[in-house]
Design a protein. Structure first.
Length: 94
């Protein structure tokens, strides 16, 4: 008696999740190298579409200025709060 592989009607042959994992006995290195070439092509296409990435120093500058802007907003709120307290204690509650 020979067992046949079941063919489901819903199966259209597409790969949903690639199960070709490094270190497994069925691992095929040729497939990985082809995928890497495809991924490189996609990365270069994405880089062309979105522009260049920031360098580390540019990212540090961006982060520094974002923190500086946040601290400026906090300083303004703190100043307004302090002026409100002074107004209430010196003028309003006398």
């Amino acid at each position: 008696m020979q067992t046949r592989k079941k063919q489901f009607e819903e199966d259209d042959g597409r790969v949903i999740a690639n199960m070709d994992v490094d270190g497994m006995p069925w691992h095929d290195r040729r497939v990985k190298s082809e995928e890497r070439l495809d991924q490189r092509a996609q990365r270069t296409q994405r880089a062309q579409m979105y522009g260049e990435r920031m360098t580390k120093s540019e990212a540090r500058q961006y982060t520094f200025y974002a923190l500086l802007a946040g601290m400026a907003v906090v300083a303004v709120f703190a100043g307004v709060w302090g002026l409100l307290i002074l107004f209430m204690t010196q003028v309003w509650f006398r």
